[in-house]
Design a protein around this ligand. Structure first.
Ligand code: NAP
Length: 300
């Protein structure tokens, strides 16, 4: 029997890479090489138990990346802006990976990209964690490395953490503080990424050279809040916060996030129909929240 083609999965202990590694391991068509900086951490050990080969590598260490990519047929590449908040660092990591994938002859890279907002808006708006990934997407193409960019929508999981509803002043209800006015916002559970990436890897000819915007559905903040109220039994409302107020909120990255929402307000850029074609089990927000009900109520 021919050996399975190896897919190197970056960020395999995290949300995106974890979803991709999980879907590939479940499907069994490919061999999974899971990358982490720490092969002893529980998420890495779990991957090994599920059948993945573990490789220790650091996005800042070229030699280690070379070992992680050597002999692989394809790779899923994700970099984590929020680890360092540096556009330059994310571009450097992404370009180094692109160069290595090209040099080592990988036949397909699925890159977790986003738009270069600065370029698209003629320098009017900077969203560093988008701009960096957009620059890397362009670099993959400049050097003719066969790549598909998957551009994820806002994760539903953000509603459990950084974007969870905030207790209102009267203490009786909650405000959903997302500056989208009445414009529908794309969303998806990051757990639905993996099966979509698997579909892309299985049909390289259809997707190499393309940007795939992934979204389960588009809903207004008022609609997200209504579904949250229905599922949790709590009163949750759209705070109706404008981006100009949001950007001054006292948390690290408030300006960056406000700029991201300003971009979301400008361009509807995710493909719901294609997402459901790539992953027919993609969950709606309500389905996802029903599954996560206990965690959501605990997070409030
Ligand atoms: P995550 O759950 O925090 O996981 C980060 C992963 O990156 C971990 O597996 C970590 O591995 C790995 N990693 C970090 N620094 C590394 C390094 N120097 N070398 C090797 N591995 C490293 O993050 P995620 O949510 O999967 O992905 C984050 C990215 O998603 C961000 O760049 C963000 O812009 C993008 N994104 C987020 C959203 C959203 O709505 N939240 C939407 C679209 C795109 P180890 O610690 O095991 O080494």
């Amino acid at each position: 029997m021919a050996a399975k083609k190896i897919i190197t999965v970056f960020g395999a202990t995290g949300a995106q890479g974890g979803s991709v590694a999980g879907a590939l391991l479940k499907d069994c068509s490919f061999a999974v090489r899971a990358v982490t900086r720490d092969i002893s951490k529980p998420a890495a050990v779990k991957l090994k138990e599920a059948g993945a080969e573990l490789v220790s590598a650091d996005l800042d260490n070229e030699k280690s990346l070379e070992a992680a990519l050597g002999g692989a047929y394809a790779a899923f590449v994700v970099t984590n802006f929020w680890d360092h908040f540096s556009k330059e660092k994310e571009v450097k990591q992404g370009k180094m990976l692109a160069d290595l994938c090209k040099r080592l002859g990988l036949q397909h890279v699925v890159y977790s990209g986003l738009e270069n907002v600065n370029k698209l808006t003629g320098g009017k708006l900077d969203v560093s964690h988008f701009d960096s990934k957009g620059e890397v997407e362009e670099y993959f193409r400049d050097i003719s490395c066969p790549m598909t960019s998957v551009r994820l929508a806002f994760y539903f999981e953000n509603f459990l953490t950084d974007c969870k509803p905030q207790k209102s002043k009267d203490g009786k209800s909650y405000d959903l503080v997302i500056p989208m006015c009445d414009v529908p916002m794309d969303g998806i559970s990051v757990s639905d990424l993996g099966p979509a990436v698997l579909s892309i890897l299985k049909s390289p000819k259809d997707y190499i050279g393309k940007d795939v915007g992934l979204s389960a559905e588009k809903r207004t903040v008022a609609q997200y809040a209504e579904i949250m109220s229905k599922v949790s039994g709590k009163t949750i409302k759209d705070a109706k916060i404008p981006p100009e107020v949001y950007e001054k909120l006292p948390f690290p990255g408030a300006q960056e996030m406000a700029n991201m929402f300003k971009f979301y307000l400008m361009i509807p850029n995710r493909d719901v129909a294609l997402t459901h074609k790539l992953n027919p089990n993609t969950k709606s927000f309500q389905q996802w929240l029903e599954e996560m009900k206990a965690a959501f109520i605990k997070a409030l």
